[in-house]
Design a protein around this ligand. Structure first.
Ligand code: NOJ
Length: 563
């Protein structure tokens, strides 16, 4: 039986910006009350858990990942009472709430940093070692720079303390010093605080970089894992059902250590898989997915991958080879403004050329391949992006609720919106909005909603084993696989090409139910339309001696096999 204590193994997550979702008080900024207003929509979509991007006070130079007070709410988003109200209302609808913990760094406006940098500050003694200070900027030279488009060094000089401070991200985000036990303790207390406010889980931002050691690349160090295990032990002792989800953007062989032996993070995102879904689709060939899954170790039983198509950041290409990165940029980011750092700042629908068949195919892969899927707000209605906004802001624009010019996001005049709403003819509110799509059974929203509903009826999508199943004579063109759990199995076929593929279902079942249409499908000869997909559940017992392959009539293959 799927163990309900391990709820995250089968949940579907929905990631949103409070600022972007719904403005309840007409100031042009989304807020917590606005999210509460829209919980019924989230429920309608059918997801289980909302991941709130940072909500704590912050100068917002990194959209809240530059925290200036860990245990509070940014005043533009509301207050702690609003947060508790949101949690209460969410729980009443069986929705869970994840919040962010940004343990690696703070804003330079954080009082800890202000005290740390200034020898005359009354609390300098207490905080002087909260950050990583040095007389030279030559230490830790093997650590890469992450935000290559905006930073030249991981060190910045502070004129007040007259020393350099270490930062893996923006220069206004000093890294905390985890060699200082007081920093570790402060972070545990932050986690306790949010658990006390009712959070069901914590997304742990950028964990690979907590410690620095000379002669290493300062990522994934043993000391980092030791602290994360301490964090897990703390949560297990305090409230064991709370989820720890980590964002370690690393290769599978490095990321596996973030699960420990089931005693570190419950979940981690599978970063390397994500770009390979896009590669497979553009090539019409499943090989990139095969290769990365072959490199993906088995997880401890109580752990789970987080899978995603897009998120609030650029579509990162850190976990591909330089040649693959170049190829991805040429295919998916032909204009320079579409590129950012080591990635692509575009949303899903524009990446798919607004082709509904391709968007749905990507969701079919996301929802059936394994792991717990994360959807990014707005992608379920096919929202567009604005590559002319700075940094990653172009994929963080206001949610489009209805066809009015404000998109139903806010009652404020448009010039007060925290960011301009998308207004292109193709992706503006008149064409892309939740209200119209809720009313149309064939809309992208309702099609995705249907896929979600079907996935949720089958625990095997979250819990089951995965194995490739070749779709007859053109195996590479079709991402076809089986998911299996407790004697139940489902075979999924995804046509990655723009052509009809005619093949042979590799099966011993007597018949199948097409889970998406309810129709009965017989094994054997089968046509998949361009970018088409089916989820097939065997009906009745298998017949292992069923004639397959050579003894069966060979169907005519209509497409060109790339093999
Ligand atoms: C990872 C977050 O996803 C990203 O948005 C942020 O800029 C960096 N961490 C630095 O805080």
């Amino acid at each position: 039986m799927a163990d309900s204590a391990l709820w995250y193994k089968n949940d579907i997550f929905y990631e949103l910006y409070v600022r972007a979702f719904r403005d309840s008080n007409g100031d042009g900024w989304g807020d917590l009350k606005g999210v509460t207003e829209k919980l019924d929509y989230v429920r309608y979509l059918g997801v289980d858990t909302i991941w709130l991007l940072p909500i704590s006070p912050s100068p917002l130079r990194d959209d809240g990942y530059d925290v200036s007070d860990y245990c509070n709410i940014h005043p533009m988003y509301g207050n702690m009472q609003d947060f508790r109200e949101l949690v209460k209302e969410a729980h009443q609808r069986s929705l869970k709430i994840l919040v962010e913990l940004v343990p690696n760094h703070t804003s330079d406006q954080h009082p800890w940093f202000q005290a740390s940098r200034d020898p005359n500050h009354p609390e300098h003694e207490k905080y002087k070692d909260f950050y990583v200070w040095s007389d030279t900027d030559k230490k830790y030279q093997d650590a890469r720079i992450i935000f290559v488009d905006s930073e030249k060094s991981n060190w910045s000089f502070d004129p007040v303390r007259k020393q350099y401070f270490w930062h893996r991200f923006f220069h206004h985000q000093p890294d905390l010093n985890y060699d200082n036990p007081a920093v570790q303790e402060a972070m545990l207390q932050t986690v306790k605080f949010w658990i006390d406010q009712g959070a069901d889980g914590i997304r742990v931002d950028a964990p690979p970089y907590l410690f620095e050691r000379e002669g290493t690349n300062c990522e994934n160090l043993p000391e980092t894992h030791q602290f994360l295990k301490r964090l897990r032990a703390f949560v297990d002792a305090y409230k064991p059902e709370v989820l720890l989800l980590s964002e370690a953007n690393q290769w599978p062989e490095d990321v596996i250590h973030y699960f420990g032996s089931g005693d570190e993070m419950h979940m981690n995102f599978h970063f390397p898989l994500m770009p390979r879904l896009y590669m497979a689709l553009a090539k019409g060939d499943r090989t990139p997915i095969e290769e990365i899954l072959a490199r993906t170790p088995q997880l401890p039983a109580n752990c789970q991958w987080g899978t995603f198509l897009r998120c609030h950041d650029e579509l990162t290409l850190e976990m591909v080879t330089p040649e693959e990165r170049q190829w991805m940029w040429e295919v998916y980011a032909p204009e320079p403004r579409m590129r950012l750092n080591m990635g692509i700042r575009r949303r899903l629908a524009p990446l798919m050329g607004n082709d509904k068949r391709k968007i749905l195919l990507m969701y079919s892969l996301l929802l059936t391949m394994g792991g717990s899927p994360f959807l990014y707000y707005g992608d379920e209605i096919g929202m567009g992006d604005n590559i002319w906004l700075e940094d990653r802001n172009g994929v963080r624009t206001p949610m489009q609720w209805d066809s009015s010019t404000s998109g139903g996001f806010s009652e404020a005049p448009a010039e007060k919106f925290y960011a301009p709403i998308i207004d292109s003819p193709e992706y503006g509110c008149a064409r892309v909005n939740a209200a119209d799509q809720m009313a149309d059974p064939d809309s992208l929203l309702n099609r995705i909603r249907h896929l979600i509903a079907v996935r949720k009826q089958h625990a095997l999508f979250g819990w089951g084993d995965f194995s490739w199943r070749d779709f007859s004579y053109s195996p590479k063109l079709v991402a076809s696989y089986q998911r299996k759990f407790e004697g139940q199995r489902v075979v999924v076929l995804n046509n990655l090409t723009d052509r009809e593929v005619h093949g042979w279902i590799p099966e011993t079942a007597v018949a199948f139910e097409n889970l998406l249409t309810g129709e009965t499908v017989l094994p054997g000869d089968y046509h998949l339309p361009p970018y088409g997909f089916v989820w097939l559940k065997p009906i009745g017992p298998d017949l292992p001696d069923r004639p397959l392959g050579p003894n069966a009539p060979r169907p005519q293959y209509l497409g060109s096999d790339k093999q």
